[in-house]
Design a protein around this ligand. Structure first.
Ligand code: BES
Ligand code: ZN
Length: 457
C-alpha cells in the first residue's frame, strides 16, 4: 500500500494534466451537434486505459457508446469483483457568458480545476482510474477484480445502459457497484451516501383562447391561462411546505431516531446556508431540519414556467396558453409512476372548466436506500477515513441517480456512493469546478477501498 500511495503522490501533476485533456472534450449528450465529440471522448478514455495496461472496449449502443475497462484477471484465482460506474457525458455549458473562462478549456486556479464535467463526472471516476494505475505501475496486486462501466447518457436518462447491463449480466455480476457521483458536506467531512431521492417529471399546459387576444378588448370576459396556471400550481404546496396532493405521502416513512441523529451530525449553519443560496429567507417543510428537507423529504419543484409575451417592453394580451415543467423529488416508499398518476388526477380535479388542461408525463426514477451499517459500508467508511484523515459522515443526497436501481434489479448488486463533489462545485451551473485535493483524496480512497472490501469481516 505504501508504494501505491507514494506513486499517487509522486504523479499528481501528471494526473491533473491528463484530467485536463479528458475535460477538453465537449461531450454534451443533450446536443446532437456534439455526437463526434462524444465518440472521440469515449475513444480517448479507452486508449488512455489501454496505455496503462488495462483491457478497454468501446461498445456501440443505440445511443452513445459505453466504455468498459477491466483490470487484468489472475488465472485460477477468484477475487471479489466490483463494478465502478461513472459517466463521461456532461451537461450543456450554456449560458456561456457566465463562465469566467471557456467551459472546455480547463483552467486551474488555486486547488480547483474549472471545466464543464470536472466534478460531474469525469474527475470523480478518473480518480478511481488513477488508483488502479498506481496498483499496476507499482506491481502491487489488486485484491479485487474491477470493471469500470463509463457511460455517455447519464445526463439524458441512461437509456442504453439497462439493455447493456442485461446483455453483459454474466460479465458484470459483482459484489457491489461503486459510484463517485454525489457530494460531501464540506472538505472536512468525507461522506458515504446511503440514500438518493427519486424523481418524477411532468409538463402541464393550459389552453385558453385560440390565439393571443387584446387584453383591453377581451380581458375580463374570459379566463387568463397564465393566471389559471398560477392558481393551479399554488395549490400543489401548502403553507407548511408539504405537497398538497392527496395520497402523496402514503408509504413515506418518517425518519428513525438513529437517522435523525446521524443527519444532525452533518455540518450546517442556517445563516451561512441562506447566504450561500442567496435567498432572503429559507423555506421548507415544517418540523424538518434543512438537511432533512433537502435530502430525506419529498418535494415539488417548478423547473420552468412559460406564457405570454417575454420580449422587451409590454404587450397587452391575454395569452393563448401557459405551461409549466414540474419535477417531484421522491423518497423511499414512493413510486414515480404512481405519483404522476396521483398528481394528474388531482390537477384534473381542481382545474377550472375555463381552460383545457394538457398533461404530459416525463421521465421518472425510483428513490434508493441501502443499509449504512453493512460490512461493505463499513469497509467504505474505513477507506474514507484513511484517505481523508477525518471521520466520515453518512448522509442522504437530494439528487437522483436512477440507474443504481437497475444495478440492483439487473445485477443484484447494491451501490456504494462515495461522492467527492463539494457544495460550491457548481454542478450543472456555469463555472463548474473540481477540487484537486478531493481528486487526490479520491484516488487514495479508491486505493484503500479495494483493500478494505477484500477483507472479510
Ligand atoms: N451527479 C448527479 C446527481 C447528484 C449530484 C446526486 C449531487 C447527488 C448529489 C447526476 O448527474 C444528476 O444530475 N442527476 C439528475 C438525474 C435526473 C435528470 C434523472 C438529477 O438529480 O437531477
Ligand atoms: Zn449531472
Amino acid at each position: 500500500m505504501e508504494k501505491v500511495l507514494h506513486y499517487l503522490a509522486q504523479n499528481e501533476p501528471r494526473f491533473i494534466r491528463e484530467l485536463s485533456e479528458y475535460l477538453r472534450f465537449p461531450s454534451v449528450s443533450a446536443q446532437a451537434k456534439h455526437a463526434g465529440d462524444i465518440a472521440a471522448c469515449a475513444r480517448w478514455l479507452a486508449d488512455h486505459s489501454r496505455a496503462l495496461g488495462l483491457e478497454a472496449q468501446v461498445h456501440q449502443t443505440k445511443g452513445n457508446p459505453i466504455v468498459t475497462i477491466r483490470t487484468p484477471r489472475a488465472k485460477g484465482k477468484r477475487k471479489p469483483h466490483f463494478v465502478v460506474y461513472g459517466h463521461y457525458d456532461v451537461q450543456p455549458p450554456e449560458p456561456f457568458d457566465l463562465w469566467k473562462t471557456p467551459p472546455f478549456e480547463p483552467r486551474i486556479e488555486g486547488r480547483s480545476i474549472y471545466a464543464r464535467g470536472s466534478t460531474d463526472n469525469k474527475g470523480q471516476h478518473f480518480a478511481h482510474l488513477k488508483a488502479v494505475e498506481a496498483y499496476i505501475k507499482t506491481g502491487t496486486e489488486l485484491p479485487c477484480d474491477l470493471t469500470f462501466v463509463i457511460e455517455g447518457e447519464e445526463e439524458i436518462g441512461c437509456e442504453s445502459l439497462p439493455p447493456f447491463l442485461r446483455k453483459h449480466r454474466a460479465a458484470l455480476r459483482c459484489d457491489a457497484v461503486v459510484v463517485s457521483d454525489t457530494g460531501m458536506p464540506d472538505k472536512q467531512h468525507p461522506a458515504l451516501t446511503y440514500a438518493l431521492r427519486g424523481i418524477a417529471a411532468m409538463e402541464l399546459k393550459l389552453h385558453g383562447p385560440s390565439r393571443d387576444l387584446h387584453s383591453g378588448i377581451y380581458g375580463g370576459s374570459l379566463d387568463n391561462p397564465a393566471m389559471a396556471l398560477c392558481q393551479l400550481l399554488a395549490k400543489l404546496r401548502d403553507k407548511n411546505g408539504r405537497v398538497a396532493v392527496s395520497g402523496f405521502y402514503a408509504g413515506v416513512k418518517s425518519l428513525s431516531a438513529f437517522e435523525r441523529k446521524q443527519l444532525a451530525r452533518l455540518p450546517y449553519n442556517a445563516a451561512q446556508y441562506r447566504k450561500f443560496l442567496g435567498v432572503p429567507q429559507l423555506f421548507g417543510e415544517r418540523g424538518c431540519t434543512a438537511v432533512e428537507q433537502r435530502s430525506a423529504r419529498p418535494t415539488v419543484e417548478i423547473n420552468g414556467l412559460t406564457s405570454g409575451y417575454q420580449g422587451p417592453g409590454s404587450k397587452t394580451i391575454v395569452p393563448s396558453w401557459a405551461s409549466a415543467k414540474l419535477t417531484f423529488r421522491l423518497v423511499p416508499g414512493q413510486d414515480p409512476k404512481k405519483i404522476l398518476r396521483l398528481v394528474a388526477r388531482h390537477l384534473r380535479k381542481i382545474c377550472p372548466p375555463t381552460v383545457r388542461l394538457e398533461i404530459s408525463e416525463g421521465h421518472g426514477g425510483e428513490p434508493y436506500l441501502v443499509s449504512p451499517t453493512g460490512p461493505q459500508a463499513q469497509a467504505a467508511l474505513r477507506a474514507l477515513k484513511a484517505a481523508f484523515g477525518r471521520e466520515p459522515v453518512i448522509m442522504r443526497e437530494g439528487g437522483s441517480i436512477p440507474i443504481v436501481n437497475e444495478f440492483r434489479k439487473i445485477l443484484g448488486a447494491d451501490t456504494l456512493l462515495l461522492g467527492l463533489a463539494l457544495p460550491d462545485d457548481n454542478l450543472h451551473s456555469p463555472n463548474e469546478k473540481f477540487d484537486l485535493d478531493n481528486f487526490a483524496a479520491g484516488s487514495r480512497m479508491s486505493a484503500h477501498l479495494w483493500q478494505e472490501l477484500a477483507k472479510r469481516d
